[in-house]
Design a protein around this ligand. Sequence first.
Ligand code: B3K
Ligand code: ZN
Length: 863
Amino acid sequence: PQRKYRADYQPPAWLIDDVELDFDIGSAQTHVRATHSVRRNPEGPAAEDWRLDGRDMTLVSVAIDGRRLGESEYTCGDSALVLHGPPEAFTLTVETRIDPEHNLSLEGLYRSGDILCTQCEATGFSRITYFPDRPDVMSRYVTRITADAQAHPVLLSNGDCVETGSAGAGRHYAVFEDPFVKPCYLFALVAGDLGVLRDSHTTPSGRTIDLRLYTEHGNEDQCAHAMASLKQAMVWDEATYGLEYDLDSYAIVAVGSFNMGAMENKSLNVFNTACIFAAPETATDDDFALVRDVVAHEYFHNYTGNRVTCRDWFQLSLKEGLTVHREHQFAIDQGSPGVTRIEQVRAIREVQFPEDAGPRAHPVRPESYVEMNNFYTITVYHKGAELIRMMEAMAGRDAFIAGVRHYLAKHDGQAVTIEDFVVAIEESTGLDLAQFRRWYAQAGTPRVGVQTDYREGALALTLTQSTPATPGQPDKAAFDIPVSVALFDEAGRMVREPEVLRLDTAQAEWCFDGLAGEPTVSALRGFTAPVRLDHAPDDAALARLMAHDSDPVCRWDAAQSLFLKTLVAGVAARSGGEALPEPSERLFEAIAHLLSNPPADRALLAAMLTLPSVARIGEEFDAIDIHAVCAARDHLKQAIATRFLEEFEALRADHAALQAYVFDVEEAGRRRVFRLALDYLAAVDAPGLRECALELSRTADNMTDRMAALEALRDLPGEARDTALAEFAERWADYPLVMDKWLRLQAGTRRADSVEQVTALLDDARFDFTNPNRVRALLGGFARGNPAGFHRADSGGYTLIADQVVRLDALNPQLAAALAGLLTPWRRHAEPEASAMRAALARVGEGVHSDNTREIVEAGLAE
Ligand code: B3K
Ligand code: ZN
């Protein structure tokens, strides 16, 4: 395996202006004939040989200007075809044979059910033909597909279909032309027997776009929400960024076997069915929101990613950070703004911060990698989006949007860098981002300290920053950190309007005077920067913020802080072998106040009453005693449930009167509160809860409530649970995505033999090891959703995951690497878990061969 460095970038030696692909799809193998018009890049290195990437295929022939090359004119190895001294400009024809039927890596051309489809990002195109598989080689594509007309009646590729016809012997063909230049990672091809949902959208300039959503027959009724979401996204991008779709048709194909959520191929997105299918009976509110946001995200890529793409993969956040930010803006405009932002913050804190503090910490613009697919991380995506959000906050929304438009106009049709983006924003907005650029270069989460000193009507506010070392970066320079601050008085009235303080040195002080009394500081409002805040208001101040802060993120965060105080004390007591302490009366009072003065946004009420997750509690410790964390959390939940039993009963009963399911902010908020109530009631096995949940699991008209019932029952061993789970499995046996919920429910169930349960499910006919959704549901659901089982004292949980990673590595290295990542944070855990986890990771290292998984394991074991 070769490590690639950002600093080694060189422009391509040869460019390919036009690509003509001819796919001859047979019943087993596929023939690919690729014809390229090639010319030397005047800006490239003066290389004599030309290296084209390629792997896992058979080279049939290679010709230059129609003359087949002899053996001395090229070398073909495991990962490349090297042409010896090609001319300055020529036509290259390469014929290869590929085997989609046996391609379980789900990269390149492969089969999902009866559908043939492609996944090329990051480097899957070089499993289709020999090609410079890098995003800065941009070409115009013409694609011809020939296949059996009965097996593959629908043929699709990027751009417009310009010709179709019969190819004799029961075969047919179609030709596609994509007028926009693109890198090969955006190439797509689909062939199959597909059902279609059609619609159209008319743009402000009056163009009508033909919209098509393809799936296996029989699923069309699950696609309406995705189609509506696509139209919403188109309208939003027109209204917000003034960006109109640029071709006459936009197609999405949903397939059941897909390594990630979706892929933004030009005019032909390929999606995981999990990010398309959504009907009330089979999908939860969270699924509906996911579908809406992923559909929008891939659509937004048409400009931020496709029209302007990345020069090299180190720049991945150029398209992903920006597109996630656009998706986040869109989501906030569609849903509950407060809770949508809270969820974005939770992802950063609970997933990104741990990544940034672990062995795999890397800057938003990484410096090196072995396997690019390992760098589609929450750091590149979500921290990258937070950096864009900070720029927007500094510039103001309108100026920021003008800046993005300037960037798109300036670089249309180009493959560029993060630096090019930052320069364009500076040019357009006038911001000075010199120091801000460090956010792209330095890994790690800054800690921001808040100290206050109040004297005679004046508050001195001191902010400090420091960033811990990360692998390869021992010393960190100061970041430019925007910290939004507001002040509240004793009665909860705002006495200082929110103001953004720029902390760009190790320490700085601000003074607020003319105050009538000591104020309560509300800091990092809306989470203005991806930092850890060391700010410890006392319980009374937290209760005030919880009750009165006008920023939902800070209100929620005050509640979380109040819970965390009790939880941290509980963990410490438990680890020290002492009894778990009871929560303070102050905490109960704050909850009582919240329950009697709930916010208008029901989802916010539910978010505020939800205890910090196990991951969030773990963030408070250097060495996590995971079993103590679970015990402390259970104990607090039970204490709250006991104290507020009547209130939770009332919230549960409230919901019974609901009308038919609609997915909107209000109704989804009500369902969230209901689910929360069931969760608390289940924590104390409240009288009547089991019967109510079992009944609901049978009669609910929607999957959100049904899942709430099953989650409540899950950890209550007995007949109600067993019956509900069995009935669920029987009723939804024909819906693989619903059966994923069933697998996940069981993987997350607390029981002494959960490792054995999961092991048994690996052999269940309803499980399929070659399907990533099934693997994520069962194994991911176990390692992430069942801390007690995963960290079981006999190491059975670690061994289970380690063994399955080794097994998976031989089929699907990308997925194996992602699963192996669950064992890498071993250093964060207390003993004996840390050593046992490390041993399991070492065991993985001995059994795996792919660059993907090896890179993860090596980072995890590095000293
Ligand atoms: N660009 C794709 C992700 C590709 C991942 C390759 N391992 C989807 C997205 O981020 O929109
Ligand atoms: Zn993306």
